[in-house]
Design a protein around this ligand. Structure first.
Ligand code: ZN
Ligand code: ZN
Length: 142
């Protein structure tokens, strides 16, 4: 029985492998994870897996459009399953935690640049920076 994930991989023109399926499953539970985090989450389930193969799988899935790669300044690349909805991110300057922020107007691009320089703008990617609730609490407590 092909699962929904198998089908998603096939629809994207990718071969179904245990590594790809397992990685997609982990990303459902651990959105905005970097390769290192995903490797740690998967190494028990897939003892033969290397960090390099995680990077390779992430690259393939990103190219195929099944996952999205984001890279806040100062952070390793993070990956998520939520693609194509032009959502944005708020990143904690204290601990690096990332949360999703929905597209401001519901469709891309949700911001109008002050000057387009003649470009037909299709997308806007915004990163909001601040302190997450936990880091704020820690600041108050100390
Ligand atoms: Zn924080
Ligand atoms: Zn996100």
């Amino acid at each position: 029985m092909p699962t929904a994930l198998d089908q998603e991989l096939r629809d994207a023109g990718l071969r179904v492998t245990s590594g790809r399926v397992a990685l997609l499953e982990s990303l459902d539970h651990l959105p905005h994870s970097d390769a290192e985090t995903l490797f740690r989450a998967l190494k028990e389930q897939l003892p033969g897996l290397s960090v390099q193969s995680v990077h390779n799988i992430l690259g393939d899935l990103t190219t195929a459009g099944i996952i999205r790669r984001i890279q806040p300044a100062g952070s390793p690349a993070r990956y998520e399953r939520r693609t194509g909805d032009n959502h944005h991110h708020v990143v904690c300057t204290g601990c690096g935690a990332i949360s999703d922020v929905d597209c401001v107007v519901g469709e891309a691009p949700c911001l109008v640049p002050s000057h387009t320089h003649g470009f037909a703008v299709q997308q806007a990617e915004v990163t909001f920076w601040g302190l997450c609730a936990e880091c704020q609490a820690a600041t108050v407590a100390s």
